[in-house]
Design a protein around this ligand. Structure first.
Ligand code: PLP
Length: 431
């Protein structure tokens, strides 16, 4: 995601602590995007450091076929508990079934690949030919081929388009456009419902599309329609999971439990690479068979890596031991206040907040100078020792939950000055 010919040399990070990255030479950078959305409790949280250190001295890695170990078993119990506790309300309201099984892999992309393969295999093993997949337009699910196929097509994967499998994309339900999305889905299900294996979506917030937020009520409707047609729900909570949108999982807000839940990024607190695909008993049972050919064929060499499991377990325990949800609420309150100020700016469009995510679009029609505004803002913020990495003209803040209020305010304030400086330059140019 970097054009080397056009970019400066990379900054050299020596260590991390809390919301800060410490560079070689002593400079400190405030991490306003949780190191690409992975970090939850801050860099080098002592509890996770200790858990990984201890595990590393005991068992670093072992084959996870025919063998098991404490960190994996403890994590699995804890993770399923946490997930099913979060989905209690949805379970009562008929939003889905409990998630009882976990498949470990090593990234968000592989968590999605595994979910796609499980969905396709599920129907196949039950003797149903369902060879179509639908997804929400604008989605991002990773950069492996299955994940790219499910994701939106654009400059990032244009080159590979001929090699991607066909996925039909539901028009994105932008505010006011919900009816159109529903109609599309209704028509699709009427025609191809029995041929469709799965619906893949990022619940409530599409991250890479530019922190696009859509209605949780609408997602609930779409999910129930799919379910009625036997279409499996694959929720990609790789970004939204673990508190990012204000609840432990974004699906909670839509009152649904997916059949397959993809997790990664915040799973280990952003400490080590790990993916998890959670599934219902029904899906597990479709592969449970006397016939070896019906098993779920997928291997990840580092599946269930003991150190990654230990990090994830420690991260989940931090949720119990520290007031993480309160921190999230406090960030949201700050964001909402700042959103009020920013909404009054003529050069800012569509300021939005969801949990710990603050996002807005910068009007790029003020003057030609403002196109490419994202990288200008990146530079300006970095000069002020803050890491933000806008997506096109969308600027967003997605901080670690441990961020101090003063640090958050410094981000709003610096960003404000950054926009002022471009406006002034733009006006000067126009003059
Ligand atoms: C980041 C992301 C992925 C891909 O995860 P990787 O670990 O980078 O492979 C998938 N889905 C969503 C929603 C993401 O934000």
């Amino acid at each position: 995601m970097t054009q080397h010919k056009l970019s400066q040399s990379a900054l050299h990070v020596d260590r991390g602590e809390g919301s800060y990255l410490h560079l070689r030479g002593g400079r400190k950078i405030l991490d306003g995007i949780s190191s690409w959305w992975v970090n939850t409790h801050g860099h080098c949280h002592p509890k996770i450091v200790e858990a990984v250190r201890e595990q590393a001295g005991k068992l670093e890695q072992v084959i996870f076929a025919g063998f098991t170990h404490d960190p994996a078993e403890k994590l699995t119990r804890k993770l399923l508990n946490s997930v099913n506790h979060s989905f209690q309300g949805a379970l009562k309201d008929g939003g889905g079934k409990k998630l009882d099984f976990v498949f470990y892999s090593d990234s968000g992309s592989t968590a999605v690949e595994v979910a796609l393969k499980m969905a396709i295999g599920f129907h196949e093993n039950k003797g149903e030919k369902r060879h179509k997949v639908i997804a929400l337009d604008g989605g991002y699910h990773g950069d492996t081929f299955g994940a790219m196929s499910a994701g939106s097509r654009g400059v990032f994967n244009e080159l590979y388009e001929p090699f991607l499998f066909d996925v039909k994309h539901i028009p994105f339900p932008k505010q006011g456009g919900e009816a159109r999305s529903l109609q599309w889905l209704e028509k699709w299900l009427a025609k191809y419902g029995s041929e469709t294996a799965a619906f893949v979506f990022e619940p409530i917030v599409q991250g890479a599309a530019g922190m696009r937020i859509y209605s949780s009520k609408l997602l609930n409707k779409m999910a129930l329609m799919c379910r009625e047609a036997g279409v499996l729900l694959i929720a990609d909570e790789v970004m939204t999971g673990f508190g990012r949108t204000g609840t432990m999982f974004a699906c909670e807000q839509a009152g649904i439990i997916p059949d397959l839940l993809c997790l990664s990024k915040g799973l280990t607190g952003g400490f080590l690479p790990m993916g998890a695909t959670l599934a219902t008993k029904e899906i597990y049972k479709a592969f449970y068979h006397d016939d070896k050919a019906k098993q779920f064929f997928h291997s990840t060499s580092f599946t269930g890596n003991p150190m990654a499991c230990a990090a994830a377990l420690a991260s989940l325990e931090i949720w119990d031991e520290e007031p993480v949800m309160e921190r999230i609420k406090a960030i949201e309150e700050c964001h909402v206040k700042a959103a009020g100020w920013y909404a009054a700016r003529p050069d800012v469009l569509d300021v939005r907040v969801k949990g710990t995510i603050f996002a807005m679009d910068i009007a790029d029609d003020v003057s030609g100078y403002l196109s490419g505004i994202g990288s200008e803002i990146y530079d300006f913020m970095l000069e002020n020792d803050i890491l933000l990495r806008p997506i096109g003209n969308t600027v967003y803040i997605l901080p670690p939950y441990c961020i101090e209020k003063e640090d958050l305010e410094r981000i709003y304030e610096t960003l404000w000055r950054s926009l002022d400086s471009f406006r002034n330059e733009g006006f000067q140019q126009a003059a």
